[in-house]
Write a protein that binds this ligand. Structure first.
Ligand code: UDP
Ligand code: MG
Length: 321
């Protein structure tokens, strides 16, 4: 019988956990050909999420949890889940039921058809503000233009993956992880399942506008150095224009003598070049910041409590964290 791990990152999800578990169990009990194993990750929740998880894990043999020492973010939570997974397949899903468990049977079918990955893709962004979806659309447009790693528009972190694909993902050792890009970068055949966006059952989304903006910048700098190439191209172009302008000015001075007026030209040039310079330093800074964070080589997450040692065959890397 194939083992399927379900990785569920939870940050302040006490309100959604009971219905999540109930709804998911309804679907899983119908699938008798597989053995399911939950790995909940409590990402430093400030509510009673951990107590819920501890109770669940005590009552059900197939439930394990990891609890971080603070909030490390969903990326870290997913990574921790993957590192602790040992199953033949792994499913990653949100705890707020925005990822319908009813799609799990279809996902498993795709795996049996020979795919290494099957992922859900939103066809609508119902319940999301216009500005948020506009920004999101332009993010995908820009990244896909400048990066060779293509990210699917509307792809969500609800997916099933084979052991082979997970082992490849775990080989990517970067500390600042951008999963949407990593999933695409490792390759493998992915089947896309469209679905309608659903609003979360309870609680609120943890994403702020600035949080998403920073996420977008991370996504671009993590998978493309094209902005740096653009800077070089811009530098060459501006130098060329400046050189031609210098020649013209020199010729004018030599032929017609020194002309004092030129205040506007000087001011415009100084301001324009100043602006370009600031922008270039800013872009460079984004990349240096990434190098800085990577060289520190800090752990991606710190596990404070966990149910793992209880089942000897799920030892994983718990003691190394
Ligand atoms: N999440 C997490 N750590 C965080 C933020 C979110 O583990 O710092 C989890 C959260 O509990 C949920 C999933 O990631 O299961 C998606 O979060 P959310 O619903 O807030 O995001 P959205 O659906 O709005 O993109
Ligand atoms: Mg959500």
């Amino acid at each position: 019988m194939k083992i399927v791990d379900l990785i569920v990152p939870c940050y302040n999800e006490e309100e959604t956990l009971p219905s999540f578990f109930q709804e998911t169990q309804k679907v899983l009990t119908e699938l008798s050909d597989y053995h399911f194993h939950y790995i909940f990750i409590d990402d430093g929740s400030k509510d009673k999420t951990l107590l819920h998880l501890q109770a669940l894990s005590k009552n059900y043999e197939e439930i394990d949890y990891l609890s971080f020492s603070r909030n490390f973010g969903k990326e870290a939570a997913m990574y921790a889940g993957l590192r602790h997974s040992t199953g033949d397949y792994v499913i990653i899903m949100d705890a707020d039921l925005q990822h319908p468990p009813a799609m799990i049977p279809q996902m498993l079918t795709a795996m049996e058809e020979g795919y290494d990955c099957c992922s859900a893709r939103r066809t609508s962004r119902k319940g999301e503000s216009f500005i948020r979806s506009a920004f999101s659309r332009s993010f995908y447009h820009i990244t896909n233009r400048i990066s060779s790693t293509k990210m699917a528009y509307g792809a969500v972190d609800f997916r099933i993956m084979s052991r082979a694909m997970i082992d490849s993902i775990l080989q990517l050792s970067e500390v600042e992880r951008f999963s949407k890009g990593i999933f695409s970068w490792v390759g493998y055949q992915t089947k896309w399942l469209p679905y309608e966006n659903i609003e979360r059952v309870a609680g609120t989304s943890k994403w702020s506008f600035w949080g998403l903006f920073k996420y977008a910048i991370d996504g671009i700098t993590a998978f493309s150095v094209v902005p740096l190439h653009l800077l070089s191209a811009m530098g060459i172009l501006i130098s060329l224009v400046a050189f031609i302008y210098i020649l013209i000015t020199l010729a004018q001075t030599l032929i017609f003598g020194v002309s004092v007026p030129g205040y506007t030209t000087t001011l415009c040039t100084v301001l324009f070049l100043g602006g370009i310079m600031e922008l270039s330093i800013g872009i460079l800074g984004q990349y240096i910041a990434r190098i800085y964070m990577e060289t520190k080589n800090r752990p991606v997450y710190i596990v404070q409590r966990s149910s793992f040692p209880k089942n000897s065959h799920y030892k994983a890397n718990f003691f190394l964290e």
